[in-house]
Design a protein around this ligand. Structure first.
Ligand SMILES: [Zn+2]
Length: 365
């Protein structure tokens, strides 16, 4: 097959500045690489943080890491995905949001490849860094060695597949860390996209009751479709809130509390909500400066397990795909992607996503 000589990229020039579409040269894939034509790339909260300058990201850069696309060329040796399914030109795939330079102590001994030294992430590099095409807001993407690839079944829509490698996989890691099992009662702080995925995943694991907390009434109303049994406004009287949660998470309060709202001030409430001996997972505080003041004695006295989760292990990507396969007829996952934009409209998409005019914006190059 003749490869295109160049591909279009929506370049992120600097924070809060309009994206500019430019052509960059395409090279044939090296060994263990794949060249993919991007079908869809969804805008994640971290893309918005980069765009707004809240998160250091090299400029001029290429953003976008929730990507699904079709293989147009395969490098030597890349014959199957991480589950052993064969890979051919034309197959639709997604892949881990990160790739690592080599096996290392974190990946091989600690089983934390997502914390490997020298790890790079798609959609987080300077566009001048070769092979240029390493993010989602572009016509093509090079899937580089030491990424974890999954072939996407035909009956899964791009809208369902694109958020797999970030939002859904991260929440798979979170519900695993929260030790959610059949009969668990769960409280989720924040009913944005991660919270909705978290609720559905908790139910898929057998949770008997899920409470969602969010100050946004629209989000609370939507959450019933994703497995939230009771959605409450956390800004109401705290004693009444705690009482209502406890009355619904029998017999002694929620087994697990999950923070995905990204607001440090909610941590002390989360510690009060979780039952004695329960687990509290914090996953939304992804930016530094999340200082918080609480009485640590409550953690001791309540014997709480406190867990932080950042990104995910490659096994969570497999579980994320299985979750979508098994539950897409139960939960309207495709509806969560509700804004569609071309490569020339990335600035508009970013604005709409940042101001929450859309829940998840998708770029279709
Ligand atoms: Zn992301």
């Amino acid at each position: 097959m003749i490869l295109p000589a160049t591909g279009r990229i929506a370049v992120y020039p600097s924070p809060n500045e309009a994206f500019q579409v430019h052509d960059y040269p395409i090279r044939p894939p090296n060994a263990m690489e794949a060249l993919v034509k991007v079908s869809m790339s969804t805008i994640c909260r971290s893309d918005i943080h980069s765009f707004q300058g809240h998160r250091p990201s090299p400029c001029p850069g290429l953003l976008g890491h929730e990507i699904v696309g079709r293989i147009v060329a395969l490098g030597d040796g890349l014959t199957q995905d991480m589950q052993g399914s064969s890979l051919s030109i034309g197959d639709r795939i997604t892949w881990s949001e990160y790739f690592i330079p080599c096996d290392n102590y974190f990946s091989e001994v600690l089983d934390l490849p997502q914390k490997s030294p020298g790890l790079e992430k798609y959609g987080h590099m300077a566009v001048t860094t070769e092979p240029h095409h390493h993010g989602g807001f572009a016509e093509y993407c090079d899937v580089l060695p030491k990424s974890w690839i999954l072939r996407i079944p035909d009956d899964i829509f791009d809208c369902e597949a694109a958020p797999l490698n970030c939002g859904i996989s991260t929440m798979v890691a979170v519900v695993e860390a929260a030790n959610i099992r059949a009969g668990s009662t769960v409280v989720i702080q924040g009913l944005g996209l991660l919270g909705l995925y978290g609720a559905a995943l908790a139910k898929a694991r057998g949770a008997s009751f899920v409470v969602g907390l969010d100050i946004n009434a629209t989000r609370r109303n939507l959450s019933a479709k994703f497995g939230v049994d009771l959605a409450l406004d956390p800004s109401t009287n705290q004693d009444a809130l705690l009482e209502k949660i406890k009355a619904n998470c029998l017999p002694v309060g929620p087994d697990a509390v999950i923070e995905v709202c990204g607001v440090a001030d909610v941590i002390s409430l989360g510690i009060e909500i979780v039952r004695i001996g329960g687990t509290y997972v914090i996953a939304g505080l992804v930016s530094p400066g999340a200082d918080v003041n609480f009485d640590a004695n409550r953690i001791v006295k309540k014997m709480i397990t406190l867990r932080g989760i950042h990104n995910y292990h490659p096994r969570h990507l497999i579980e994320a795909l299985e979750f979508v396969k098994n539950t897409k007829s139960i939960y309207p996952l495709a509806e969560l992607v509700d804004g569609f934009y071309s490569l020339d409209e990335v600035t508009q998409a970013m604005d709409d996503a940042a101001t929450q005019r859309v829940l998840r914006a998708a770029i279709i190059p």
